[in-house]
Design a binder for this molecule. Structure first.
Ligand SMILES: Cc1cc2nc3c(=O)[nH]c(=O)nc-3n(C[C@H](O)[C@H](O)[C@H](O)COP(=O)(O)OP(=O)(O)OC[C@H]3O[C@@H](n4cnc5c(N)ncnc54)[C@H](O)[C@@H]3O)c2cc1C
Length: 481
């Protein structure tokens, strides 16, 4: 059967970006077709954000026992963990999230959902292969939201039976007793720590000198120092990965170890290679990626929009959601609208979390920037929580103290990250933020300390106590609202 369906908007991919696009297309009252080759449930829920955070939570809970003797607890050596049960529980909780993602797609699309694989014949003509045969869809506009998949380089081909990706890790029936993590970006770091806290011996290797993509040298060094207490880190080096009798040998010039398996956490590739983009007439860059606008999501001047991991720009769930919404909004209208994009935010839930907010250290202007620092050993709450190795660095404009960005390794970093991102996006200055209340004793006082450090580097504009504003100034501010 080779039928031709006409519709307003065809959305390829029912992941996070695709479902946000669908929401906008439905809101605009347009006809649509949603195509997904499966499995439904979104990468975030099935094999991404959610199972990885469940693993980290389990790891942290189990590792907590090691701190108990300091409180006088005896007998922790008698505790044991059944990792098969841990992983089964993880899958059960993960299934809740994934099933709700799949149900959402089915409920929102109804009989407009085709479970099949799409490719382009022309920019607005798709061929979809499914169990029911081949269909063609002619759409006025198309949203590409096909996501990404883990990279498994050719040099791992001989070891594929001993290599897992994050698509497979959570499905393992039993966890290995040792694992090599190849690639220590946010995903590799998170999985390495989760497994090591659950008792797996972990060796992490990365060509980069820092983990989690951190470029701030101070935070990078602290991160290395902190996490090498929990797993072996081979940074700034490339390891040979060789087949051993039963496991895998990792070897560098000076080091060698054998592990049972390796996790390939070497990045993710956008799922666009099977879409036939070049032949269908899409403008592509030298890497074969569609040339698109980050403000409209439009590819060239075609009525086609690309959102989420598929465009390889910012492969994060909240970015996929915004991009999907922009793509869906524009696909449902005659002319695209450019949308202002939010301050960037990257969090590795490594506990202490590794965070980058706003302008990265390597993108700061060479001059005219001041840095405010706070460390956990001087924060009361961090001391109570055993988080003295937290470090926060905030970057600000040296002329007016306007916040530009921040990097940190911090207990509760996920929360500090949001406060800072919101402040940066609002154009706040160090002075203005210090006018906000800070309770005691809280981790947020690290923010207060770093802001105070910034203010001491700025030329004073008045002699009021730090963080306090006279009522006269406050009222006059209000009256100009
Ligand atoms: C281990 C891990 C941990 C992560 N942790 C976080 C985190 O903590 N925070 C965060 O923000 N992000 C995290 N991410 C990233 C986040 O999961 C992704 O950025 C997000 O899920 C991308 O959504 P998407 O809609 O672009 O893609 P997806 O959800 O993958 O959706 C793409 C869909 O397209 C379908 N598809 C592909 N090709 C075709 C085709 N030709 N025809 C039809 N259908 C097709 C697929 O079946 C899929 O359903 C993590 C990722 C991983 C792997």
């Amino acid at each position: 059967m080779n039928t031709l369906i006409h519709t307003d908007v065809a959305i390829i991919g029912a992941g996070s970006a695709g479902l946000y696009a669908l929401r906008e297309v439905r809101r605009a009252g347009r006809d649509f077709m949603l195509i997904d080759r499966g499995p439904l449930g979104t990468t975030c829920a099935r094999v991404g954000c959610m199972p990885s955070k469940l693993a980290l939570h389990a790891g942290s809970e189990w590792a907590l026992r090691k701190t108990l003797p300091t409180l006088g607890v005896d007998g922790i050596d008698g505790l044991s963990i059944d990792l098969n049960t841990t992983w089964t529980q993880l899958r059960a909780q993960r299934d809740f999230f994934a099933n709700s993602g799949a149900s959402k797609a089915r409920a929102a699309a109804g009989d407009k959902l085709i479970e099949g694989s799409a490719r382009f014949l022309e920019p607005t003509l798709l061929e979809v292969r499914s169990a029911n045969g081949t269909q063609r869809i002619r759409a006025r506009a198309v949203v590409i939201a096909t996501g990404s998949r883990p990279v498994v380089p050719g040099w791992l081909d001989d070891l594929r039976d001993r290599t897992v990706t994050t698509d497979e890790l959570f499905e393992l029936e039993s966890l290995p007793s040792s694992i090599g993590i190849l690639g220590l970006g946010a995903i590799g770091l998170e999985m390495g720590l989760a497994l090591s806290r659950l008792g797996v011996r972990v060796v992490g290797v990365d060509l980069a000198h820092n983990v989690a993509g951190i470029v701030d040298p101070v935070i990078g060094e602290q991160t290395h120092h902190r996490f090498s207490k929990e797993m072996t880190l081979w940074l700034g080096t490339q390891a040979q990965v060789l087949r051993a009798e039963t496991g895998v040998i990792l070897r560098t010039e000076h080091r060698e170890t054998e592990v049972e398996r390796v996790l390939a956490a070497l990045g993710r590739r956008p799922n666009i290679d099977g879409l036939n983009l070049a032949s269908a007439g899409f403008p592509l860059n030298e890497r074969g990626l569609p040339i698109f606008s980050q403000l409209t999501m439009q590819i060239g001047d075609l009525p086609v929009y690309i959102a989420g991991d598929a465009n390889a720009d910012a492969p994060l769930m909240h970015e996929a959601a915004d991009e999907g919404a922009i793509a869906g909004y524009n696909a449902a209208r005659e002319a695209p609208t450019a949308f202002w994009r939010k301050v960037s935010l990257g969090i590795a839930f490594s506990n202490p979390d590794v965070v980058t907010v706003g302008t990265r250290f390597d993108a700061l202007p060479k001059e005219g920037v001041i840095i405010g620092t706070a460390s956990g050993d001087k924060n009361g709450r961090a001391r109570i929580l055993g988080a003295t190795d937290s470090v926060l660095r905030i970057y600000a404009d040296a002329t007016d103290g306007r916040l530009l960005g921040a990097a940190m390794i911090a207990h509760g970093g996920e929360h500090l990250a949001h406060l800072l991102a919101w402040a940066i996006q609002r154009g706040e200055t160090a002075h203005a933020l210090l006018e906000m209340p800070f309770y005691h004793p809280v981790i947020e006082e690290m923010l207060q300390t770093a802001l105070q450090d910034l203010v001491t580097q700025l030329t004073p504009t008045n002699d009021y106590p730090l963080g306090l504003v006279p009522t006269s100034a406050h009222l006059s501010l209000k009256s100009t609202d």
